[in-house]
Design a binder for this molecule. Structure first.
Ligand code: BES
Ligand code: MN
Ligand code: ZN
Length: 500
């Protein structure tokens, strides 16, 4: 197996770009401030920037890139790579992250070992946040999907990245961005792993290892413990598999953090979703190896929350199992009883995520979580509603949902609220049990969220449906094909903001 990523050394330096001894200098350019870039850098590249602008080869639109040799002998770097940002007013965190990934990826394609980012364009993001995002983006770019290719001798990673910026806090911001980038890459590796390698037991071990940073304690519950706790929903889904289920619990409870409030992150950990006896069609089923993306997301987020020593209590709970149609599998029409005491008529074994999350949410509350957020590749319906661009957001009460929305905006990630009107609750009614797990096609992502709400208690709870956003079907300059790591930064921003 080859390395999936390499975490570059990232340093911050205050010297002028001309003094940077690197292979390539990356220069961000806002479309409506091109003249600044020409004034500062055109002479160094012998007028090539201006000619590219005149030819229309580079217009500084978002994602535009132009590479030129540095002719001025007084400069120490060999090349300059200009990367467009579009209008300055549009240059928020997401734009900067994409620019950093695209440019660093291009530098990798050119086999540059030492790269530098010139923090010459402010966009709309505060300096520390911008430098953090850039460091994160540079780290994300050093990712290679070919881990299981036996011949991968073309693999190349850059080793050093310098951010040319000044100001107090720049170094800490870069360190933090690098750590977040590393954590997102590690989550992506787990999400990309195929179901035969990443069984529930393996996921539990690997996720605990990923979370092994100072301040986090990990506990892996086996099937016996899960049974003792009465988690009949998780056990029901696991019945169809010969692999035993696991439940991962991570706790971050720093001394001095207020005891009355605990953030509870719950992630869906289905290591492969065949649909069970309500079997999915063969076409596209291979994608269902990513059905533990929510679990990987909450683990990576908690890792960052602990590493940043944020002054809040936070826990992560990840129920893990395969959803398989084995001989002992649950059958449509079966009734399961969860740890919360609620009974569920399983009319469709493919609506398994809400089952295991029901027990997971209950357990997070048992452990003292007061403010819940669950993350799950939960429904195809959210992909119909919001496509692969936007994460679905659901929850109550409104201030908590808004809190998550604001965090996503700060993080530069897209999510959008969908309503949980009481009338939808009708669809969850079963003739023979407390709840029905598959209430039909209308409002499919909303009724899935309504199901979870039954297990979330009366306190603040938000649900993020990442079925559309967890996986990129095609590679983009800023995102390789496969796992995206969506919502990790949003969860970190939630924790940074504290409780509303
Ligand atoms: N893991 C799937 C949801 C999913 C679908 C994720 C497409 C990514 C892409 C989930 O377990 C599922 O199968 N949901 C069903 C629910 C239905 C049976 C009520 C769905 O969305 O079809
Ligand atoms: Mn399913
Ligand atoms: Zn699923």
């Amino acid at each position: 197996m080859h390395a999936a990523y390499e975490v570059p050394r990232i340093s911050v330096a205050g010297h002028p770009p001309a003094a940077a001894d690197v292979d390539v200098l990356i220069v961000p350019v806002a479309q409506d401030h091109i003249a600044d870039a020409v004034g500062a850098y055109d002479a160094a590249v012998g007028g090539d920037l201006n000619s590219a602008l005149e030819r229309g080869e580079f217009r500084a639109k978002a994602g535009d890139m132009f590479s030129a040799a540095i002719r001025d002998q007084a400069w120490r770097a060999a090349r300059m790579l200009f990367v467009g940002g579009g209008p300055r007013a549009e240059m928020g965190a997401e734009r900067f992250r994409r620019m950093a990934v695209s440019a660093a990826q291009a530098a990798r394609d050119q086999r540059r070992r030492r790269i530098a980012w010139v923090d010459a364009e402010p966009g709309t993001v505060a300096a520390a946040n911008r430098i953090e995002t850039i460091a994160e983006g540079l780290t994300l770019a050093n990712f290679d999907n070919g881990v299981h290719k036996s011949k991968n001798d073309q693999q190349f990673f850059f080793t050093d990245a310098t951010v040319l910026a000044s100001g107090a806090g720049a170094g800490a911001a870069a360190d933090s961005g690098r750590f977040i980038g590393e954590s997102v890459n590690a989550a992506r590796v787990l999400i990309n792993e195929p179901g035969n390698y990443l069984t529930p037991r393996v996921l539990a071990d690997k996720a605990a290892a990923l979370a092994a940073v100072p301040g986090i304690t990990a506990e892996i519950l086996d099937e016996r413990r899960i049974e003792e706790l009465g988690m009949g929903l998780l056990l029901g889904v696991a019945r169809g598999s010969s692999e035993p289920p696991r439940l991962l619990v991570l706790r971050y409870e720093p001394a001095g953090a207020p005891k009355g409030q605990t953030l509870g992150l719950v992630g869906k950990g289905i290591t492969f979703d065949t649909g069970g006896l309500s079997l999915k069609p063969a076409d596209g089923m291979e994608r269902m190896k990513d059905d533990m993306a929510g679990g990987a997301t909450v683990v990576a987020a908690l890792r960052c929350i602990a590493a940043q020593k944020l002054p809040i209590r936070a826990i992560a709970v990840v129920p893990m199992t395969e959803n398989m149609p084995g001989g002992r599998a649950i059958k449509p029409g079966d009734i399961l009883r969860g740890a919360a005491g609620l009974t569920v008529e399983v009319n469709n074994t493919d609506a398994e995520g809400r089952l295991i999350l029901g027990d997971g949410l209950w357990y997070a509350r048992q452990l003292g979580a007061t403010h819940l957020i669950d993350v799950a590749t939960l429904t195809g319906a959210v992909v119909v509603a919001l496509g692969k661009i936007t994460t679905g957001l659901y929850g109550s009460p409104q201030p908590w949902v808004d809190h998550v929305s604001v965090a996503a905006a700060t993080a530069g990630e897209k999510l959008w609220p969908l309503p949980l009107f009481e009338e939808y609750r009708e669809q969850l009614k079963s003739e023979i049990a407390d709840l029905l797990n598959s209430p039909g096609r209308p409002a499919g992502s909303i009724t899935a969220a309504m199901f979870l709400k039954e297990f979330a208690g009366d306190g603040p709870w938000a649900h993020l449906d990442i079925a559309g956003t967890a996986w990129a079907e095609e590679s983009k300059p800023w995102q390789p094909k496969g796992a995206t790591g969506a919502m990790i930064r949003t969860l970190i921003e939630v924790a940074r903001a504290g409780f509303p």
